[in-house]
Design a protein around this ligand. Sequence first.
Ligand code: SIN
Length: 541
Amino acid sequence: MADLLISSPHRYLVRFHPKRIAHAFTDVLIIGSGIAGLRAALEVPAGLQQIIISKDQVALSNSAWAQGGIAGVLDPVDEFSNHVADTLAAGKGICDPRIVELVVHEAPERIHELIEWGAVFDQENGSIALTREGGHSHRRVAHALQDATGKEVMRALIARATELPNAEIWEKTFTIDLLTHEGVCRGAVVWNREHGKTLVWAKQTILATGGAGQIYRETTNPAIATADGHAAAFRAGAELRDMEFMQFHPTVLYIAGSSRHLISEAVRGEGAYLRDCTGERFMGAYSSQMELAPRDEVSHAIVRQMEKTRHPCVYLDLSHLPKELVRERFPHIGKVCRDFGLDITRDLIPVRPGAHYMIGGCTTDDEARTTVPGLWAAGEVTSTGLHGANRLASNSLLEGLVFGRRAGRNAGAAAAATPDEFRPIPLVSDWPTGGPTDDELDLTDLRNSLGSEMWRDVGIQRTLAGLEGAQRQVDFWSTYVAAKEFADPRGWELQNMLLVSRLIIAGALSRRESRGTHFRNDFPQPDPGQAQHFSIQAGPT
Ligand code: SIN
């Protein structure tokens, strides 16, 4: 039994009847085409059919935006025990040590496998070039295209996945809900503009839908990160946990119109300073690790310094670093800043924290199994126990590779062991009243209001009054938004974001302490009695 039960008004966001909808059948259905989804696809045996659902174009996943890199012990002076210790320290007491060991030990193999598949990592003196990021005691972050690692890694994975003779990729297809029958996952109901709704029946399903950053007004995440997988899994009865832990990246470009572009932690890894508006290098007042403290600590320090100086941002300063190194090492960040008239070798870069990575998600075991039979999951939509209360930088692409592989391998084996049964289950999604709405709600207004509310009251610093106010507000919006049946993704995304906001708030209210990314002004210290995960599941409506 989960620690918290939260009601979910409808099992499915839309109604459907098996006699009035298209059907498709596959052995393995993979929902999501980022690093975890495509790594899973590469593991599904050639004799099985698979369908990969991509919400936008395959090349536009959140993974492709990753700048920093992939962490792994690749330098002989480093050791697995160091990477394990750094991950545990960053996670603030609630990492699963078994999962940390497993992931850290697999890292070099997963990185070398990417190289065999054509991914080109940056080199230094004939070896993979390694950088540092916050919380890492050694240089162990492998990077590509200098500061656009995700783009290169995804190029290699996409090239390989698109050659798979057993895979169909459905782009621009929205997954509305997971289908369950007698508690077992049987596929998903999906939608695209051309074909409308389709029931995709699968022997095994893998969820790899990524994150939820769009819930917050300030985020590094692309527009697709609307918590769809978290919400669908919850409605399907999966247990989720750690939902209070949204990780805020400390340094997000703060220029109006810049779409809150990430300024990689690797910038600090190569020696950049953080300064406040008076020019003071302030991190020394907060951590002996200075700019390379773990992410939660740097984000908190920045917020406090912004409050102290009554200024809306702080600044990254690279002007003391060799100009050639800065230009060569950060071509992408340099270009983004140049578009706003800033020269990163000389000018201060205005930054402040923004929502970056959802640590909470579907509870999975070390084989990527969720709590729903027939459903596997990998990547940001999961809570594997690797990150604890605060993810160590550059451990996320790694986690996607390690558990994507396991999900693909295990779902493939389970599908191979299931007899062919290519007929739909007579599953009907019925609603008591109403019909698809004409969209009379101003969805953009609601979405902006939700983002502001979550940023203000469920952001980096939380209070009881703020969380209770957010709960009242989000519950109020949810009552009338959840009651509607929408006809396209804008409405479904809003419903998903409202639902997942409710889960984040419920988790944040339950955790009456401060730990990692979750900071409560009313309980500013960690409580050893709460060094555990809080799980959430759908309760009675
Ligand atoms: C970054 O480049 O700072 C992001 C890396 C990460 O989120 O792990």
